[in-house]
Design a protein. Structure first.
Length: 344
């Protein structure tokens, strides 16, 4: 077979491990030719490619980022986008495409397959871990480890100065990173998009804790966390080039309010894209490798319109429509039954 591969959306540790596995199994076991498209859909529409071989992928397993480059945006942003994708695939003799992407890319892939008959297999990617249909996405454990390492370091400086540290982590629609890093890092409070927060209640918790003789606290805030209606004004944050609300900054606001309302010295720490960079954890390398192997096998089984997913301990094929247009909220039992036992 001749199969194209692209990486779409934000980058994520483990992307290269997926590509490497597709190439390895495709070339060595199935005798495939794998074509890499550069910069996501842009590369397909403008036919910018790079050959992907076992040789060219050597040394990429531990490398963060993506050797293919990535972009946001899709063929639907252009009047002739879908026709250009179809023409490129036919002229290049491709049997299908493997799209490694997050919610946005998988939703685009699902429409291209369902409405336009384009042969696509998806691989779920995002540090946010918010894709429906898979128990985990690769990149998530790496982001959690990075955030946890940061929180560990913040404990000692917070304790030395008797400060509250407000750590903003990624998580546009879901609090997976915040909840896991909060549990792993021993946070005092975790604020997530799934549960609008009352800043006054947060402050009271901190005051209670400090009245018991603990003078340092860590508050973890997901970037998509929102105050409960009428509790705190959030300035209009604007949108990026793709119409997504620009996030980032809730940590500053929460830190300002805590400092103002409690009188405790408070500092914001924005981890930002540090969480997405660098080498994947061993777990993410294994998960990425399993996803890549499954994706090329699914192409040979004719499972177009599906994505590789982790369900329990197994990698299985699930229809793309399961994931398309949805986001997976954090398990609130994990928050209520486990995380909050340790919160102030
Ligand atoms: O990869 C998902 C994500 O990390 C979100 O949590 C975050 O809002 C977004 O990417 C930011 O990405 P960028 O700055 O690349 O648009």
């Amino acid at each position: 077979m001749r199969v194209g591969v692209l990486t779409g959306g934000g980058d994520c540790p483990g992307l290269n491990a997926v590509i490497r596995a597709i190439v390895r199994k495709g070339e060595r076991v199935h005798g495939d030719e794998i074509v890499g498209f550069l910069d996501a859909w842009d590369g397909v529409m403008n036919r910018r490619t790079t050959p992907l071989t076992v040789e060219s992928m050597r040394g990429t397993l531990p490398r963060g980022g993506t050797v293919l480059g990535t972009r946001r945006g899709s063929p639907f942003d252009h009047d002739d986008g879908v026709d250009r994708v179809r023409a490129a695939m036919s002229d290049m003799g491709l049997d299908g495409l493997i799209v490694i992407g997050g919610n946005g890319s998988l939703s685009v892939a699902e429409i291209l397959h369902r409405e336009h008959g384009i042969a696509i297999i998806g691989v779920p990617k995002t540090i946010d871990n918010d894709i429906v249909g898979t128990d985990l996405t690769f990149g998530f454990t790496t982001a959690v480890q990075i955030a946890t390492d940061a929180i560990d370091r913040l404990h000692t400086t917070a304790e030395s100065h008797d400060r509250v540290m407000v750590v903003e982590v990624m998580g546009r629609h879901s609090g997976w990173i915040a909840t896991h890093a909060g549990i792993a890092g021993g946070a005092t409070v975790v604020l997530i998009p799934e549960r609008p927060f009352d800043i006054e209640e947060v402050c009271q918790r901190l005051v209670r804790r400090h009245s018991r003789g603990r003078f340092a606290s860590i508050v973890v805030v997901a970037e998509g966390a929102v105050p409960a209606a009428g509790t705190l004004d959030v300035a209009e944050r604007g949108t990026d080039d793709f119409g997504h609300i620009r996030l980032g900054g809730i940590g500053n606001l929460v830190a300002d309010e805590i400092g103002r309302r409690t009188g405790f010295e408070t500092r914001p720490v924005l981890l930002g894209h540090v969480q997405r960079g660098g080498t994947p954890t061993a777990f993410d390398r294994v998960l990425s490798t399993r996803f890549g192997v499954a994706a090329i096998d699914m192409a040979h089984d004719g499972c177009w319109g599906s994505m590789a997913a982790l369900v329990g301990a197994d990698i299985v094929s699930v229809p793309l429509e399961v994931a398309a247009g949805r986001t997976r909220p954090v398990d609130l039992n994990l928050v209520g039954d486990v995380a909050e036992i340790f919160f102030a």
